[in-house]
Design a protein around this ligand. Structure first.
Ligand SMILES: [Zn+2]
Length: 67
């Protein structure tokens, strides 16, 4: 599952979130102020080996999340 970077449209707080490729992100809530509909940052899509490793590990630990 790719990890994206978001920026709150209200308080400019930056945070990360895991999303499926086609999953809408407008309901994500800012951990600082709770505002929804963050801005997805263009540099967000990460395909580095570390995120792949984490994804593989999560599939092993929580296979029910990957039906
Ligand atoms: Zn915020």
């Amino acid at each position: 599952m790719p990890l994206y970077d978001f920026e709150c449209c209200q308080c400019r707080h930056g945070y990360e979130g895991f999303l499926k490729v086609d999953e809408p992100y407008d309901q994500l809530e800012c951990p600082e102020c709770g505002a929804k509909n963050p801005k997805k940052l263009a540099t967000a899509f990460r395909t580095n080996s570390w995120s792949k490793f984490l994804d593989t590990m999560e599939r092993k630990v929580n296979p029910h999340k990957f039906k």
